[in-house]
Every structure is written in C-alpha cells, then in structure tokens.
Design a protein around this ligand. Structure first.
Ligand code: NAD
Length: 248
C-alpha cells in the first residue's frame, strides 16, 4: 500500500524541471497524475513516463484553466517563468503575464478543485514558491511580486481549507538545476562578463550558505512529504530549501 494510493494529483508546469520531478515523486507514492504544461510534447512525454494524463494549457488563459479537471485531491501550482530587467525597463505586458501564470492561475485552480477536496475531507495544495517569495533580488520585479502574492494566497487557502482536511503550503527552493536556471546562468555570464561556472557561486548563490544548486528531486521529496497523512497539521507554512539563504 503506497501512501498516495487512490489520490488524484494535478501538477502544472509538469513538462520540465521541478514539475516533472513532482510528477514522478507523486506517481511513485501511488497517485494518478494530470500533467499540465503549455508545451504539449513535454506534457505528453512526462505523462507517458508515469502512465498519467497530459493536458496542454496556457495558464495565462483563464479559459484553458476552465478545461482542466475538477476532481483533484493534490494540486501542485508549479508553472512559472522568469524575466530579468530593471524596473524602469520592465515590459508591462511581461509583468502582467507573470502574474497571470504564477498568481491568477493558482487562484483559479484552487477555486476549481477545492469543492472536490472539501467533499472528500482531504486535500493538499502545494505552491512552488521560492526564496523570492520571502526575499527580493533586484531586476526580478514581476517574479518577486508574484511569489510574494502566492505566499499570501497559500495562507488564505490554509485558513479556509483547515475545517475540511485541506492543507495549503509553499515550498521555497533556492536555485534548482533546471532549464529556468540554466537560462539565467547563461544570461548572467554574458551580463557580468564572467564564466558560467563563476555565476553559480558568486552571483546566484552569493547570499546562500551552501554554494550548490538543488536537484529537482529534492524539491519533489518535500512536496511528496507535505501530501502525506502525517502532514495533516502542517498548513500555512513556507518550507525553505534554500541552503541557509533566509537564515542569514
Ligand atoms: P522549468 O522552466 O524547467 O519548468 C517550468 C515549466 O512551466 C515548463 O515546462 C514550462 O513549459 C511551463 N510553463 C511556463 N509557462 C507556462 C504557462 N503559461 N502555462 C503552462 N505551463 C507553463 O522551470 P523550473 O525551474 O522547474 O520552475 C518550476 C517552478 O519552480 C517555477 O514556479 C519557479 O518559479 C519555481 N522555482 C524554481 C527555482 C529554480 O531555481 N529553478 C527556484 C525556486 C522556485
């Protein structure tokens, strides 16, 4: 008997990086998984890896969210992307899209799946936030604003879900070795005129005590732990996996 047997999960941004690792961790624990991504071939590939179901959706589009399943016991709000620019040059349309994908879509998905969770007396909402849900960095206005908003949304869901056996938590990684970060390493190396190898320790992880990237599987293990029956009193928290960044 696996701890998540009989549970239905939905993971957004599941075609890559942390989302894909979450799909595997939840499937290994017995859950069936809806694999949601804007990249259809990536979603199909990951769904095939675990015998799950792929859904192609641009989460910036509320009608695409409306087409996703409601009968979900575990919701992992993971889809996201980064844009780095000074506030004075930050494109307003990119700022808006970041909020749509990383704040409005999690809100719409919670709204969609909570009635089923309340009915069953069990639910787990896990929001993949970031160290940037708790701390700011320059040039990441949209991302930092979105992750801070997600922290607040997660706490409201924790309070409303509590009488119904539904928990809501954030997981807050530092830098994780995924395509999202590899793109930033390349860009930062070009901006600062330094080698990509120097970017990790001296730029990205300057404020972290541990100078190495996380593996996506380490984040997924934290997500899986939050979904177990043992974690039913863990709600409204922000679980940092940031190598000591926020301790400093
Ligand atoms: P990734 O780029 O590897 O994966 C993100 C996935 O989201 C991709 O498959 C992409 O297609 C999908 N996606 C993007 N926009 C979408 C949209 N509009 N609709 C549907 N899907 C969309 O990135 P990752 O590093 O695995 O990041 C996943 C989450 O983890 C993000 O929310 C990110 O902010 C967060 N996070 C990442 C790190 C890190 O260092 N990589 C650190 C902290 C938090």
């Amino acid at each position: 008997m696996n701890e998540l047997d009989g549970r239905m999960a939905l993971v957004t941004g599941a075609g890559s990086g942390i989302g894909r690792a979450c799909v595997h961790a939840l499937a290994d624990a017995g859950a069936k998984v809806h694999v949601v991504d804007i990249d259809g071939s990536a979603a199909e590939r990951v769904a095939a890896e675990i015998g799950g179901r792929a859904h192609i959706a641009d989460l910036a589009d509320p009608t695409a969210v409306d087409a996703l399943p409601r009968e979900v016991d575990i919701l992992v709000n993971n889809a996201g992307f980064q844009h780095v620019a000074p506030l004075t040059e930050f494109p307003p349309e990119v700022f808006t899209r970041v909020q749509q994908v990383m704040v409005t879509a999690p809100f719409l998905l919670m709204r969609r799946v909570l009635p089923h969770m309340y009915e069953g007396g069990y639910g787990r909402i896990v929001n993949i936030s970031s160290v940037h849900g708790l701390r700011a960095s320059p040039f990441k206005a949209a991302y930092v604003a979105a992750k801070h908003a997600l922290e607040g949304l997660s706490k409201v869901a924790a309070l409303e879900g509590a009488p119904h056996g539904v928990t809501s938590n954030c997981v807050n990684p530092g830098y994780v070795d995924t395509p999202l970060v590899r793109d930033q390493i390349r860009d930062q190396a070009a901006t600062h005129g330094i080698a990509e190898s120097e970017v990790v320790g001296e730029v990205l992880l300057r404020r972290a005590a541990m100078k190495e990237l996380l593996d996506p599987g380490e984040v997924a293990e934290a997500v899986r732990w939050l979904c177990g029956e043992h974690a039913r009193h863990v709600t409204g928290i922000s679980l940092s996996l940031d190598g000591g960044w926020t301790a400093a």
